[in-house]
Design a protein around this ligand. Structure first.
Ligand code: CU
Ligand code: ZN
Length: 177
């Protein structure tokens, strides 16, 4: 038994390091959200492609407390002062706007995120790969699009925007590898 323990420790260390490297091999993308003119919201969108879905998370700061519509928009272009250069909601399947769990919605309708009393957003959502993917050759590829955080809540029904108001922050989604 004296020699058994060191062998087990070595095996455990190997197994742990193998597990630790697996997530790093999954396709990932990010977007740095920058505030539009007159606003203070900043954030980081992180996307990791799992076997059958994208794990999407948004961490944001400087956001007025309350609900805010959050969507993927068509153009990966945040150059305009008001974020309008990002275009409308990304809609390759010619669907209606709606909530992320509704029968009909744009592929990048993420619904609403909540900013707490300190203006912080900590939001996650899982999106099936049939809806959005990091495969750059797919018609529903997320990278190269933008994400927009809006001034007010998405009502999840008004066409084609959810009536979520002005654009507080915009970020272009880019593949990390
Ligand atoms: Cu939007
Ligand atoms: Zn939409």
């Amino acid at each position: 038994m004296k020699f058994f323990y060191p062998a087990m420790i070595g095996f455990t260390a190997l197994a742990l390091s193998a597990c630790a490297t697996t997530p790093a091999n999954l396709p990932t993308a990010q977007a740095q959200l920058q505030p539009t003119a007159g606003n203070t919201a900043t954030g980081l969108l992180t996307v990791v492609q799992q076997a059958d879905h994208l794990s999407v998370s948004l961490h944001a700061q400087g956001v007025p407390p309350g609900l805010h519509g959050f969507h993927v928009h068509e153009h990966g272009d945040c150059s305009s002062a008001d974020g309008s250069s990002a275009g409308g909601h990304f809609n390759p399947t010619k669907e209606e706007h709606g909530g992320p769990h509704a029968m009909h919605h744009h592929v990048g309708d993420f619904g609403n995120v909540t900013a707490d009393a300190n203006g912080n957003v900590d939001f996650t959502i899982d999106i099936p790969l049939t809806q959005l993917t990091l495969d750059p050759a797919a018609p529903n590829a997320l990278a190269g699009r933008s994400v927009i955080l809006h001034a007010v809540a998405d009502d999840l029904q008004t066409q084609p925007t959810g009536n979520s108001g002005a654009r507080l922050a915009c970020g272009v989604v880019t593949l990390q590898k």
